[in-house]
Design a protein around this ligand. Structure first.
Ligand code: NDP
Length: 452
């Protein structure tokens, strides 16, 4: 049977674009791709990229303060949100155009429309146009989830944070994950008075306990009012802003309430369940390790599968899918040992097992150092860096590495190579230090601080 396309991709984000580009550009498949919003998806348009630019913008006040310690006179510094937002929008336009060019050059046919799945080999665009395809790839990503509390409509999500008309004076951030903690720091850096309510005992659940403590202490010291064990019961319109009635009995007013309480897979109304594609409890597409669903011609990659919701993971899954289906090279992405960084201020970089998780696997040794780095000591600041290695006593392998401090994301990327190659503590010790740097601590920690 002749199909209109060899592959039809629904979703022009990180995973979908990589799969389309490789299938078409490298393997010569005839590929169509539908995107209902802007090409580039969450990462480029409303996630990692604009977020990181906001992190940069928000880090200048601390840099100015440091500069003073180095003899610089810094006066009259003022942040112009409107000017920043205009530049940000221009940058996103540039990046979206680059994505479109990449797809065009790879020979992918783009459809700027929402698409749904009609059957195992057919998709329908919002215009009513239908296409047949030998394979269909679902790469529709996720969407912010806001719990149904009274007044939830008064809150914004991360999607809206890049388009605010003006910066608020007082903001409440609800949640304790990546997005909540990053935005709490961004807003704080930009001069907003920030409170963060998190229902659990400590923010950044899932990361190493010591590292979580280090980040939250630093955030508090930086001026963020973090309330753990606190959730919002309802939001109400108030004369001066939005009133948040919390489980700890407080009622406080804010100008902006940001809900960052997780994201859900974008599978609603796609027509998948009716075809026999299995969906999980939160609506995620259930796939095997080759990203294939229960319907053999339909695959899914990225956040919509709810495996590890990170851009580089979606890219690797999309690439592996194209290699498997169009390159005759069965390939899957191994989700173990994915390094990640939380762009809080200070940053947290992490790879492998936390101390707590490693202890479950057998006896361990913990090497950890918290110190004031040269640059901040000189500037008279109290910021401390944390470097931590978790080592198996039996195999001497480094099971986990956790770094809190400036450029922790960059450092963890490099540590991840060694740990991915199963480096032992002795391999780290044998490596000569690069001096004077913060990272040298990773190869100079000689005595474990804890064992067992
Ligand atoms: P997370 O899953 O990281 O955090 C969600 C937070 O909301 C948790 O603290 C959770 O609490 C809390 N929460 C969930 N439901 C409720 C509820 N009903 N009421 C109150 N609180 C609730 O999600 P994010 O939205 O922060 O980020 C989504 C994903 O995006 C992340 O998992 C990550 O993979 C990715 N991401 C990665 C970034 C990076 O790499 N730097 C940056 C931003 C996002 P609890 O802990 O108790 O469940």
């Amino acid at each position: 049977m002749a199909f209109d396309y060899d592959l039809f991709v629904i979703g022009g984000g990180s995973g979908g674009v990589r799969a389309a580009r490789i299938a078409s550009g490298e393997y010569g498949a005839k590929v169509g791709l539908a995107e209902e919003s802007r090409m580039g998806g969450t990462c480029v348009i409303r996630g990692c990229v604009p977020k990181k630019l906001m992190v940069f913008a928000s880090s200048f006040p601390a840099a100015f303060e440091e500069a003073r310690g180095y003899g610089w006179e810094v006066t009259g510094a003022r942040f112009d949100w409107a000017a920043f937002r205009t530049s940000l929008e221009a940058e996103l336009d540039r990046l979206e155009a680059a994505y479109r060019n990449t797809l065009k050059n790879a020979g992918v046919v783009m459809h700027d429309a929402r698409a749904v799945v009609v059957d195992a080999h057919r998709v329908r665009l919002a215009s009513g146009e239908e296409f047949s395809a030998k394979h269909i790839l679902i790469a529709t990503g996720g969407w912010p989830f806001v719990p149904k509390i009274p007044g939830a409509e008064l809150a914004v999500t991360s999607n809206e944070m890049f388009h605010l008309d003006a910066l608020p004076g007082r903001a409440l951030v609800v949640g304790g994950g990546y997005i909540a903690s990053e935005f709490a720091c961004i807003l704080n850096g930009l001069g907003v008075k920030v409170s963060q309510y998190y229902r659990g005992a400590q923010i950044l659940r899932g990361f190493d306990e010591e590292a979580r403590g280090h980040v939250s202490n630093a955030m508090r010291a930086g001026g963020i009012d973090i309330h753990c064990g606190t959730d919002v019961m309802r939001l109400e319109k108030a004369t001066g802003g939005i009133k948040a009635v919390a489980t700890d009995g407080t009622e406080r007013e804010f100008d902006l309430v940001l809900y960052a309480t997780g994201r859900r897979p974008n599978t609603g109304g796609l027509g998948l369940e009716a075809l026999g594609v299995e969906l999980g409890r939160e609506g995620q597409v259930v796939v095997d390790r080759y990203s294939q669903t229960a319907v053999p011609s339909i695959y899914a990659v990225g956040d919509v599968t709810g495996r590890v919701n990170l851009t580089p993971v979606a890219i690797r899954e999309g690439h592996a899918f194209a290699d498997t289906v169009f390159g005759a090279k069965p390939t899957f992405f191994d989700h173990a040992l994915v390094a990640s960084a939380v762009f809080t201020q200070p940053e947290l970089g992490s790879v492998g097992l936390s101390e707590e998780a490693a202890r479950e696997t057998g006896p361990i040794e913990v090497y950890s150092a918290a110190f004031r780095p040269m640059k901040t000591v000189f500037a008279g600041k109290q910021d401390r860096v944390l470097m931590k290695l978790v080592v198996s006593q039996a195999t001497r392998k480094v099971l986990g590495c956790h770094i809190v401090g400036p450029e922790a994301g960059v450092m963890i990327q490099l540590a991840a190579i060694a740990i991915g190659m199963r480096a032992t503590k002795e391999d780290f010790d044998r490596t000569c230090a690069v001096h004077p740097t913060m990272a040298e601590e990773l190869v100079t920690m000689r005595k474990p601080v804890r064992k067992g």
